[in-house]
Write a protein that binds this ligand. Structure first.
Ligand code: GLC
Length: 714
């Protein structure tokens, strides 16, 4: 049986308790669970006021703030676009527990991913004990080593060379002194710098402008300022003279996208393009925040506060009842996005929350909850803030998300049935059914939750259900979604109308439905997970997010992961082109576009979701490349992006077959294009960052695969 992160945490805490006896009381204090609601009185419905704005059907709800202890007595306000009521989140108290990344790494399985991983040298060791940077300039010589071992080896090498003294643990978690151990205290005390009266200048002209202060957003631009800004910097924010490199510029822009609520950063704006209508780009999107959050966690020193606040704030929003018309969505649904509104008359901040009721197509974001769990694990890995993980509301939040997906029903497949528009591709694009992006995120989130759930009470049952589901899901995806030259040839020769469990063509896919382009696209070397599998339907399109997440979560086998990277190399022009990366390939055109998208003018061929190129995806590709031991692919893609991304104003997406043109309706200064670039950079420069967002193969699943390997090509 595999050891869970939690078991390892407990073991470490026990050993720490023995060795640091003088520190015990301190430690206990620091790990005391802070319930969302501090007293029964505060939880009473009488205390939760509702206000209704009839014309707009807005409901203004007074809720308690839970961002930190001091705020437990204060109120915050929420608006959803449909009537909402407060869900009473009364949680049980439970014992906090601990584990150590060091221990986890010790149990890490051998991975064939690093077969040609050419990495290595620790190029910088911080003076006060921690490894700061692992670069990719040298190579590991042992083909079967795990990334963790690569890093540990490099540490040893540096030690031997007398470069620095480092602990094994520091190779993984680099700033325990900042956020580890009893980090919560530190986090709680951290000061939030609200940017006010920012002085910005143009390098050449040394023009200084004063920006108006906004309580909720890093920098607010007044209309009167815009013309000047546009003249000076193409509509974007001006940067300080120190921002001379692209990386510096990206950091500065990222920090300016911070959204503040009650003085604390709680997320990042989707875009800061002052030249286009904001629409909902002035909101904090859950999925968009993931690269921002990762950037803050990977930064040296890390800035985990915003991630922590974001996790708690969105969790709090999960507690709202959400409705579309007369229908109530599941309790576990997390918002697609939220926005901080400031009423200057009343000097009051309010949150406007969207669970899909105002999104295009009125679809709830299935991916939000999964991303939330995945980011939670990254945050815990980086900070070791186990007190937060052990908070009853955090444990309950995870379970509510999983409950939405683990309930019994009519399903005959372990995959999740979804509506079009429920994920990053949030418009009609023919992804309804069982899209690979959601299946891969589902698998990833299940495995992260398995590491983080406490076995107490119903936790054990959840863990058992998770184990069963991940086994079934990985079999289903590895078997039925996988396409390579051999499998394509098999499908091409499929018999149809087979009956009974002996059928080879289980979903009765008609070979004539295989589109012509696949035969040309499929290289002899390489393969990928196709977009969707359901009765009589295989969507052969390539979707980058699903394939990269499948690698990061080890949903695909190591051999499949390698084959995906082979495909990226073999089809570089199609999938990367002049600007990384194609979100999907190929584009839907003509009649197909009309039928599948419903004539969507935003998703015309080779634009936006329909074959457009999205710089944000750089971080996912980079992470997957490093995991498979092919960092040079990531480097090549990053270099391409560096030629234009900043000059073009960090667009949301590019159009055209090779991604040459800035997207027709692309926002500029799109935050996740900026954050995605930073995360990609930081992972390539320090591959140990990958550990924050990657999972080793599940031992049980790998074992069962070996047993049946004679019947499958992987
Ligand atoms: C677009 C994207 C969506 C993203 C949002 C905000 O709607 O399709 O994935 O979350 O913009 O950037």
């Amino acid at each position: 049986m595999s050891t869970t992160l939690r078991e390892l945490l407990v073991a470490e805490r026990e050993s720490e308790a023995c060795s640091l006896s003088g520190d015990i009381s301190d430690k206990e204090d620091s790990t005391t669970t802070s319930p969302l609601f501090s007293s029964e009185e505060e939880q009473s419905p009488e205390n939760l006021k509702k206000y209704t704005a009839p014309a707009a059907f807005l409901l203004d709800l007074k809720l308690r703030e839970n961002l930190d202890k001091e705020e437990l007595t204060k109120s915050s306000e929420f608006i959803t676009l449909e009537p909402a009521t407060i869900v009473d989140n009364s949680f049980e108290e439970s014992e906090p527990s601990y584990s150590s990344v060091k221990e986890v790494l010790k149990t890490a399985e051998e991975s064939p991913f690093s077969s040609d991983l050419k990495c290595k040298k620790l190029s910088k060791i911080s003076s006060d004990l921690k490894i700061e940077l692992v670069t990719l300039t040298d190579l590991i010589k042992e083909p079967s080593a795990t990334l963790e071992k690569v890093i540990a080896k490099s540490v040893e090498k540096c030690e031997a060379e007398g470069e620095a003294t480092v602990s094994e643990e520091s190779a993984v978690i680099t700033s325990r002194e900042v956020v580890g151990g009893r980090t919560t205290e530190k986090d709680d005390q951290a000061t939030v710098s609200v940017q006010i009266n920012e002085c910005v200048s143009d390098n050449a002209k040394s023009t200084a402008l004063t920006l108006k202060q906004c309580p909720s957003v890093g920098v607010k631009l007044d209309v009167s300022d815009l013309n000047i800004f546009q003249r000076l910097n193409g509509g974007g924010l001006l940067l300080s003279p120190e921002s001379c490199t692209m990386v510096d510029e990206a950091w500065e822009r990222l920090s300016k996208s911070y959204v503040y609520f009650k003085g604390k950063p709680v997320g990042t704006l989707a875009a800061m393009d002052t030249s286009a209508d904001a629409l909902n780009y002035n909101q904090v999107f859950v999925r968009d925040f993931v690269p921002s959050g990762l950037a803050c966690l990977m930064k040296e020193p890390p800035e985990p506060e915003i991630v922590r606040n974001f996790l708690l704030k969105t969790l709090h929003l999960q507690g709202l009842e959400k409705r579309v018309d007369n229908f109530t969505l599941g309790e576990g649904v997390l918002p697609a996005s939220f926005k901080v509104l400031y009423d200057s008359d009343q000097e009051k901040e309010t949150l406007l929350v969207d669970f899909g009721a105002s999104a295009i197509g009125r679809v709830a974001p299935v991916d939000s909850g999964f991303w939330w769990i995945i980011l939670l694990r990254s945050y815990i890995k980086r900070t070791r803030d186990y007190a937060l993980l052990d908070r009853p509301e955090v444990q309950k939040g995870m379970k509510l998300i999983l409950k939405l997906c683990l309930s019994d029903g009519f399903d005959t497949f372990p995959t999740l049935l979804c509506a079009d528009g429920c994920s990053m591709i949030d418009r009609r694009m023919g992804i309804y059914g069982y899209p690979i992006e959601i299946q891969a995120l589902f698998y990833f989130a299940l495995r992260c939750a398995k590491q983080m759930l406490k076995p107490e009470r119903d936790g054990k049952e959840f863990i058992e259900r998770i184990e069963k589901r991940i086994a079934a899901l990985s079999y289903h995806i590895q078997t039925y979604y996988w396409l390579d030259f051999t499998q394509l040839n098999n499908i091409y020769r499929y018999k149809t109308e087979e009956y009974s469990h002996t059928a080879v063509n289980k979903f009765n896919v008609i070979p004539d439905s295989i589109p012509d382009w696949v035969f040309d696209f499929m290289p002899l070397r390489g393969g990928y997970l196709i977009g969707n599998v359901s009765p009589a339907r295989m969507d052969f399109r390539w979707f980058l997010v699903g394939n990269c997440i499948a690698i990061l979560s080890s949903l695909v086998t190591p051999a499949q992961a390698t084959a995906i990277m082979d495909l990226v190399e073999e089809r570089w022009e199609d999938l990367i082109g002049e600007m990384p990366l194609k979100i999907t390939y190929p584009a839907l055109e003509g009649h197909e576009w009309r039928a599948v998208t419903g004539f969507d003018p935003k998703n015309t061929r080779w634009s936006y979701h329909n074959g457009g190129s999205w710089p944000v995806l750089l971080w996912l590709l980079s992470a997957a490349c490093i995991k498979v031991g092919r960092p040079q692919i990531a480097k090549r893609a990053i270099e391409l992006a560096e030629q234009r991304l900043s000059k073009d104003g960090w667009p949301e997406y590019y159009d055209g077959k090779t991604g040459r043109y800035v997207g027709k309706q692309a926002r500029k200064y799109q935050t996740w294009s900026i954050a995605g670039y930073l995360v990609a950079k930081m992972m390539v420069e320090n591959p140990s960052n990958l550990l924050l967002i990657s999972l080793e193969e599940d031992k049980k699943i790998a074992k069962s695969r070996i047993v049946r390997s004679n019947s499958s090509s992987f």
